[in-house]
Write a protein that binds this ligand. Structure first.
Ligand code: SF4
Length: 195
């Protein structure tokens, strides 16, 4: 599948520096839109397929350019949501760009299962450049909120050897960032985090 950096991408929010969304310092991008409907989801504001509610429509290339401008200070990127793989062309184009030009590690947090990804050509292409995919629906009865998993049923799909179990176990569960008067609370144990 050929991917274009001009492909549109509905983005709910970004966090340019985070240490609680994967190993090392990472650029985090929340996609806008999710139709998977996990019971107990903490992120209903990310479900709408429109760009309302503060989300914006970017292009994969624009977002990649922002990330690459700071690549020297980053270990990688983490894509979460909403559901990143409901916009597979954007994810494929973005990941190809940051891998090829920045050598950054790529982690994708998704509600789709590994089988649902592997059997869908567009989703499979979207994670082709990912080092790690954390896959599967959030299950509120199995909530763990650590190691990049909202619930214990979610599968670690290690696509390269860049990240291992020890790296994931060491990720802080919570992070509070204060920038220009704005307080951001993130990490798997943050209020409002299930993916
Ligand atoms: S937990 Fe994730 S995959 Fe499930 S409904 Fe919420 S945003 Fe969608």
């Amino acid at each position: 599948m050929t991917s274009s950096p001009r492909v549109p991408w509905r983005v709910h929010a970004v966090l340019p520096r985070s240490v609680a969304n994967g190993p090392g310092t990472r650029y985090v991008i929340w996609s806008q839109g999710c139709a998977l409907g996990c019971s107990g989801c903490f992120n209903p504001e990310t479900h709408a397929q429109s760009d309302g509610g503060g989300a914006s429509v970017r292009t994969a290339g624009d977002v990649a350019a922002d990330v690459l401008a700071d690549a020297a200070h980053l270990d990688g990127v983490t894509l979460t949501g909403g559901e990143p793989l409901e916009q597979p062309a954007a994810i494929a184009a973005f990941c190809a760009e940051v891998k090829a030009r920045g050598g950054l590690g790529v982690i994708v947090l998704t509600g789709f299962t590994r089988r649902e990804i592997e059997t869908d050509p567009a989703r499979a292409a979207a994670v082709a450049d990912a080092d790690l995919v954390v896959a599967g629906r959030y299950n509120e009865r199995l909530r763990v909120a650590r190691g990049l998993r909202g619930s214990s049923n979610k599968e670690y799909w290690m696509r390269t050897d860049r990240y291992g179990p020890d790296d994931l176990a060491a990720v802080p569960e919570l992070e509070i960032t204060i920038t220009a008067g704005t307080v951001t609370v993130t990490g798997m144990a943050a209020p409002g985090r299930s993916l």
